[in-house]
Structure formats: C-alpha cells, structure tokens
Design a protein around this ligand. Structure first.
Ligand SMILES: Nc1ncnc2c1ncn2[C@@H]1O[C@H](COP(=O)(O)OP(=O)(O)O)[C@@H](O)[C@H]1O
Ligand SMILES: O=C(O)C1=C[C@@H](OP(=O)(O)O)[C@@H](O)[C@H](O)C1
Ligand SMILES: [Mg+2]
Length: 193
C-alpha cells in the first residue's frame, strides 16, 4: 500500500524535547523526507541560529522562521518537519502550522529537558543564564500555547524510538490520514523496544 500523508507532520515543543532527533527518525519510519526549520534558516541565511539572533535579534528571526516554515509546508510530498521551539509561540506561524500541518506537541519534564539542553551551548536563549530557571519560565509561558497542538505526546524514557512509537500511535488514534508503507506497518502495533 502506498504511503499517504495528506499533510505535513510538524513537531513542536520546548528546546531539548527531541523535535529534531525524533523527527528525523519518525520520517524514516514513515518513509518521508525530513527537514528542520532551524537548519533551513541556517542554510538560507548562511548564519547559525545563534549568529542570526545576535546579528538580527529574535523578532527578525521569528519573521524568517515564519517564511521558512511557510515554504517547507508547501513541499511535496509533505515533510516531517521539526520546528524550532519558539515557532509555534509566534501567532502567525502557529496559525500557519495549525492550518497546513498535523501538529504534534512533544511534551517533556523539566529535569530531562534541562539535562539535554545543558549538553551544548548552541541555543541563544539559554546562553549566559541559569538554564533551569529559564527552562522553567519557558515551560510556564509556553505549555498553554503548545497545548493548542492537534496531538500531545509525552516523550518516553529511553531510546528515541520509543517516542517515535508514541507519536505513531497518536497519529493512528487521531486518524490523521497517515498510512504506513507495508514494510513498516507492523511497527505501529509493536510495543516499544
Ligand atoms: N529519547 C532520547 N533519548 C536520549 N537523548 C535524546 C532523546 N531525544 C532527544 N535526545 C537528545 O537531546 C538533545 C536534544 O534533542 P533535539 O532533538 O535537538 O531537541 P529539540 O530539537 O527539540 O531541541 C540531543 O542531544 C538529543 O540527542
Ligand atoms: O525555543 C526557542 O525559542 C528556540 C529554539 C531553538 O530550536 P530547538 O527547540 O530545536 O532547540 C531555536 O529555534 C532557537 O534557539 C530558539
Ligand atoms: Mg531542534
């Protein structure tokens, strides 16, 4: 049976929750192309995300992010799209995503996220601040907004594939017109390893 995904699937959620790394694996599972809005911004601008923030500021970044996401949502066949953590918080980008994608909120606990975002210093919003305090603030401010996503998936402990399996189950339950290719059809009902 050919794979049919009528809309892109967009992953949203806080920094460190796994949008990029889980998204890439989800795309493999669904035999879809993957892209990440941060990577696309870096390619289009020739700057790192941190450099972009430094040179242009966050407001400009949000505009660029909107444009990049608009373009990525038009790609055919539809992509699995990892967004940057602030994309869904920006009202025009949120509207765009809600209209043109199946939006999945990956939700994580503070401890896990702080541990993960502390592994490197790439994220401009977390530079030079207490990462735990900042992440807690972002959690309080953003979780009510991420809650508007079509689907919520709590990240699983252990390997990324467990979270991929949870996303697959959520998509199936949602009846979001996602059909797997034959080679992967068993995996939906297979308990996580
Ligand atoms: N299930 C997981 N198990 C272990 N590490 C993970 C898992 N999911 C994500 N990570 C790690 O956490 C860090 C942040 O993940 P990433 O996908 O970049 O998050 P995001 O794109 O949401 O900011 C990376 O080092 C990634 O390998
Ligand atoms: O939460 C945010 O506002 C941001 C998240 C980052 O992406 P990840 O969520 O992939 O780390 C990146 O877009 C930028 O540093 C801003
Ligand atoms: Mg990312």
């Amino acid at each position: 049976m050919p794979l049919q995904i009528e809309k892109p699937i967009a992953l949203v959620g806080l920094m460190g929750v796994g949008k990029t790394t889980v998204g890439r694996r989800l795309a493999k599972r669904l035999s879809r192309e993957f892209d990440d809005s941060d990577d696309a911004i870096e390619q289009a601008s020739g700057r790192t995300v941190a450099g972009y923030f430094r040179d242009h500021g966050e407001a400009d970044f949000r505009d660029g992010e909107f444009r990049v996401i608009k373009r990525l949502l038009e790609v055919q066949p539809p992509l699995i799209l990892a967004t940057g953590g602030g994309a869904f918080i920006h009202p025009p980008t949120r509207e765009l995503l809600m209209e043109h994608a199946v939006v999945v909120w990956l939700k994580g606990d503070l401890e896990t996220l702080v541990e993960r975002v502390s592994r490197n210093d790439k994220r401009p919003l977390l530079r030079g601040v207490d990462k735990r305090v900042k992440m807690r603030e972002l959690m309080e401010a953003r979780h009510p907004i991420y809650a508007q996503a079509h689907l919520k998936v709590k990240i699983a402990r252990g390997p990324h594939l467990r979270t991929v399996n949870r996303v697959m189950r959520a998509l199936k339950t949602h009846g979001s017109q996602v059909n797997e290719g034959q080679s992967t059809s068993a995996s939906l009902d297979t308990p996580s390893k």
